[in-house]
Write a protein that binds this ligand. Sequence first.
Ligand code: SAH
Length: 475
Amino acid sequence: MRHFPVFMDLRGRRVIISGAGETDVEKLRLLLKTEATIAVYGVDPVQQVRQWAEERRIALFNRPIEEGDAICAAMLYGANDAPREDARAVAIGRRAGAITNIVDNLEDSQFITPAIVDRDPVTVAIGTEGAAPVLARKIKADLEERLPSSLGLLARIGQAFRPNAEALPMGRARRRFWSRFYFEKGPRALADNGQDAAQRVLEDLLTEEKAPRQERGHVSFVGEGPGDPELLTLKARRVLHEADVVIHDRLASPEVLELARREAKLREVGKTGFGPSWKQADIDALIIAEAQAGHHVVRLKSGDPSVFGRLDEEISALDATDIPWEVVPGITAASAAAADLGASLTRRGRNAELRVITGHDASGFAEHDWRDLAKPGAVAAIYMGLRASTFIRGRLLMHGADPDTPVTAVENASRADRRIVATCLADLPEALAGAGLQGPAVLMFGLAPHAARQTAEHLKINPETHALQAAGGSL
Ligand code: SAH
């Protein structure tokens, strides 16, 4: 991030604009929303600028800016559309200690003006570091549509009530109070019955929240999905946002953790990799302690919590207490990997059964019904199978599996850095070692990538565009 977004207090501060043409009008329109004292220097001012001057909303000087004009200014804009004049103006501003911007000139500007969605006092500033103005405009348009125009009014009503809300203890009760006002009761009251009704809602809510209530913690076991934040369920998103404490594994995706509130406590309980490893009993104890302290605990688990996620063990630990819990399912790695392959996990006439198995269990390499898996057409998603691949190949070949059975490893399924290694049973360990897979990977036994995608992987080209080409651009 080259530009750090901040909101600057311009009450009573001077803002200077050099240039009085159309470019100036655009910036003035934004600056006039503030309480700054604005001075414009420029010859030939356009009609709008003259009008604002007549209305005394700005001070207009019908001449180029001079040394000394920018004294005590907070900001100075060069808006002449003339590089030399802008450079001269900016030099004057900098000597006077103002921060400076030349309109549409990122390199020579000390700050940039974001796209703004104005629901004062709620203000959204959108910046793309100059990289994608079209994107900023699109985001602005989306937000303009999404944020009701009454939002500002609601926030102002809320703002005036803030001192009263301090009667509530900090933290959970206060958060719940505001959240109920802004998201449940306030908008409806304001829309139906106006400002006074919204005000009454605040008073009623305050009385309700002041009534003593037993804070009771609870636990949500939430499936994070395979890593792509778009593959989170809406429910998982909401629950994450409401959590006081998020207990997650080492591999939790940073984009997903971002969805937690800023005040939420994030606790990593990694069980692999470097550093101290958490024992299951300690994780159980942590979940219980946080919930008993009255917190809403999210226990975030990759994929689906019920697939190789020790969900049962953590639920059993909670059963010994009276802490309520729920499970929010997620997309498991096998589903994500199948999607990446463009392959179906089941197919009429090939497999009416899908196995979800692990390469490892508590006692080492895991044993399975190999004879059944070795049958033609069998499909299995093998989790935690990388290090067991030699063992798995041996067992399957010994039980009569076809050495040519396709096996496809999908590493980091659904993520931008996913890798697909397509091979066959006979070559499995060598192919995996050759590819040097590091990340979490699932072995899709009995599945090959969809033909177009497979070619793409071998050619090391983008499978998406290749799939398009293969289908003659008709996908
Ligand atoms: N509950 C998880 C599985 C946890 S066990 C789920 O439902 O997906 C951990 C194993 O899951 C990893 O060793 C790997 O085999 C698999 N896995 C998890 N995320 C993955 C991903 N993004 N891509 C491929 N495999 C993944």
